[in-house]
Design a binder for this molecule. Structure first.
Ligand SMILES: [Zn+2]
Length: 118
């Protein structure tokens, strides 16, 4: 429970997409979440200017400690370079296990406002 509140606190501190990236109209993150020994799960996250600019996705493994997938770097780099599409793989950074127990294969699509294009 505490962990969840911490995440919410971080999210509030991140500010809105509009305040951080005024040139962004929306962001869609599609990912396939693969967990060792479990069925893959498709997850989609949609960000609008009013959303929090918080791009850390939690790990779904119950006993994962400090895990998750941080797409902050991916997304800020894409926006800086005005890239519309990006894809890649991230491994859970959880410290409970030396072997990687889960990973995501992500695709990010960003739409920019017309002002940014001009
Ligand atoms: Zn994990």
């Amino acid at each position: 429970m505490e962990r969840k509140q911490e995440m919410m606190q971080q999210r509030r501190e991140a500010g809105s997409v509009a305040s951080q990236f005024p040139e962004v109209e929306n962001i869609v993150m599609n990912m396939t979440y693969n967990q060792h020994g479990a069925r893959s799960i498709l997850r989609t996250f949609h960000f609008t200017p009013g959303s929090y600019a918080f791009f850390i996705v939690n790990c779904l493994r119950k006993d994962c400690v400090d895990g998750g997938f941080d797409l902050t770097q991916v997304i800020t780099t894409m926006i800086r370079n005005r890239r519309a599409e990006g894809k890649g793989t991230l491994i859970c950074k959880g410290t409970d296990s030396s072997t990687s127990h889960s990973d995501i294969v992500y695709e990010v699509a960003i739409q920019y406002t017309e002002i940014a294009v001009l």
